[in-house]
Ligand binder design. Structure first.
Ligand code: ATP
Ligand code: MG
Length: 567
């Protein structure tokens, strides 16, 4: 195995793995895990971590576990456990029989902790949370030892057992690691390992009233699962000494196969959105969006609801790569990825979002002509379909102007346009109501102007999409914009009030759209390119028979491709 193996990912973590394999570390095994806390729905940042952990395992003939880090019962819930499993599967990854919970290890961890106390590496501290903070010191000043730091092993064991037995109220005592109150790393100043918390856990119920802290449970869980590479985001770099401390001190069944190594990578940040579960939860709970799966949310369930494919999200995660420095990724890249996917794979169809009635006076009344139209010019294998043409059709309101400016190449009095896959029409007359609003437009058509016809080669500047009035069906269409008006709603110091940057126009619902018959017959969950309007998803939850609801995934304008060209 060499580092130039083209089948392997090219990132710094793969390089570490290559080296570990070369040294036969862990006997060459690669075993990763994705460790979400079930306190919210997964977002696109988690997708990066999922693709990375499952992807590295797969590329190296290794394994990846799904482990719920459920050490904080006050914020966790079964609903989140279920949604997370669903999202990981939907993204295309499989943990086989390796679904674990940190709470599975509570009893084991408690036993290990008794050993830790016996070895003198932990003590029960009676300082309040406030006092612990005061004693901790600052980045420039060392901390002070807790007055409880020198309790005897016997007293510590007794107190810890009684903490577990429920003898003390919440918050009155904690178990702390005995490390170094003068450490330059604040995480090493006798961090809390266990706290008293009376909260019903979604799996262990009321069995426990003490819960381990994440920083303590995590390395031990990794060790118990024989994880080799424990990949996490950069903010945990300062916690790594504590991770290693726990592995050193805790008497877990030390395995000749080796011990886990924590490796940090840069989290994904995306423009025009926020990415912390806390903020996403606020948006949901305070009703700024319609739930975790609102199509405007950067959650995996929101992207799925919007119409994103798992392939496009995996492609995005591939392209952004894995770095050691935080950066901000342009959301235009994510949109580019779904366009690339759907450009190849989505059938084209015609839908008129804001209909204007057009009557073709020289087309026979009552006649319907079924015209052949290409399903996907990028992919001839997708074949053709028949689209009905009749005397009365709809075009977009914005494709007609009574008094057009120069260079307006759409329909206006006396001007011709081509109807996609159909004929050339010419505007003959405009009909208005008493208020001067346009009611309908009368046109003539050139019967020889279809593809193959005598006048089909005539040069016409504008081409419009259309549907037949009576042979189209009604639909509701939702047009989305970014959820926030600014690129970085958190502000570059992370302090801005992101809720003041919400985009009031992020969802626009068009109630009176008209769609061609192929769309009216489409299966919920299918995706289309509506000619000239973008890529759309037939929302499987909101649509009812005869009342389809389409979400616009993205418009056709690829700002990322433009960025690429310009650079
Ligand atoms: P948030 O900060 O959004 O609330 P979290 O880190 O608290 O997320 P966890 O459930 O602990 O959420 O995350 C599970 C895994 O996903 C962790 O390994 C974490 O490092 C990773 N992860 C979380 N957010 C991102 C992100 N934006 N980019 C990449 N990985 C992420
Ligand atoms: Mg976390």
């Amino acid at each position: 195995m060499t580092s130039n193996d083209p089948s392997l990912p090219t990132n710094f973590i793969q390089s570490i793995i290559n080296e570990d394999k070369a040294n036969n570390k862990n006997e060459g095994r690669v075993h990763t895990r994705f460790p979400p806390e079930p306190n919210g729905y997964l977002h696109i940042g988690h997708a990066k971590a999922i693709c990375l952990n499952f992807g590295l395992a797969a590329a190296n003939q290794g394994l990846c576990n799904l482990r719920f880090d459920d050490t904080n019962p006050s914020k966790e819930d079964q609903e989140y456990v279920d949604s997370i499993q669903n999202d990981v599967k939907w993204l295309g990854f499989d943990w086989d029989d390796r679904l674990f919970y940190a709470s599975d290890y509570f009893a084991q961890l408690y036993e290990y902790t008794l050993g830790l106390i016996e070895s003198g590496a932990a003590y029960v501290c009676d300082l309040s949370a406030q006092e612990i903070r005061e004693y901790r010191g600052t980045l420039t000043e060392p901390g002070k030892n807790s007055p409880y730091r020198n309790r005897s092993v016997e007293e510590n064991l007794d107190l810890f057992k009684r903490m577990k037995a429920g003898e003390y109220p919440d918050g009155t005592r904690v178990l702390r690691a005995k490390i170094d109150m003068a450490s330059p790393n604040l995480n090493m100043r006798d961090p809390v390992l266990y706290r008293i918390l009376r909260a019903t856990h979604h799996r262990t119920g009321d069995q426990w009233c003490i819960y381990p802290m994440y920083d303590y449970a995590h390395p031990v869980s990794d060790a118990l699962e024989r994880i080799t590479h424990s990949i996490c985001t950069l903010e945990f770099a300062d916690h790594r000494p504590l991770y290693d401390w726990a592995l050193d001190k805790v008497d877990y069944a030390v395995d000749a196969m080796g011990r886990p190594q924590q490796i940090e990578f840069a989290r994904l940040n995306l423009t025009y959105t926020v990415m912390s579960k806390r903020k996403l939860r606020e948006l949901v709970m305070q009703g700024y969006v319609n739930g975790w799966d609102d199509p405007r949310m950067p959650t995996i369930s929101g992207l799925r609801r919007r119409g994103y494919t798992p392939e496009s999200i995996r492609d995005f995660c591939d392209r952004i790569g894995v770095a050691k420095r935080d950066s901000m990724v342009d959301i235009a890249l994510l949109e580019h990825c779904i366009r690339e996917d759907l450009n190849r794979n989505a059938p084209r169809a015609m839908a008129v979002l804001r209909p204007l009635r057009v009557i073709i006076d020289n087309f026979p009344e009552g006649q319907v002509e079924w015209l052949e139209a290409e399903n996907n010019p990028e992919n001839p294998d997708m074949g053709t379909r028949l689209v009905p043409f009749a005397r009365e059709i709809f075009i977009e309101q914005e494709d007609f102007m009574e008094n057009p400016p120069k260079k307006y190449f759409r329909l206006s009095p006396g001007v011709e346009i081509r109807l996609k896959s159909a004929y050339i029409i010419k505007c003959e007359q405009v009909v208005k109501d008493g208020n001067g609003s346009i009611v309908e437009v009368h046109c003539s058509y050139d019967p020889e102007s279809r593809s193959g016809g005598a006048t089909s080669g005539r040069k016409i500047k504008g081409t419009s999409h259309w549907v037949a009035a009576d042979h189209s069906a009604p639909a509701k269409v939702r047009i989305y914009e970014h959820l926030f008006t600014t690129e970085n709603p958190d502000g570059y110091d992370g302090e801005a009030d992101y809720k003041t940057q919400l985009n009031p126009h992020s969802e626009q619902v068009l109630q009176e759209c008209r769609i061609e018959p192929s769309l009216a017959a489409a299966l919920p969950g299918s995706r289309f390119q509506f000619l000239r309007q973008g890529y759309f998803f037939l929302d499987p939850e909101e649509s009812k028979p005869g009342q389809p609801v389409f979400n616009r995934i993205v418009s056709l304008r690829d700002t990322w491709a433009k960025i690429l060209k310009g650079s």
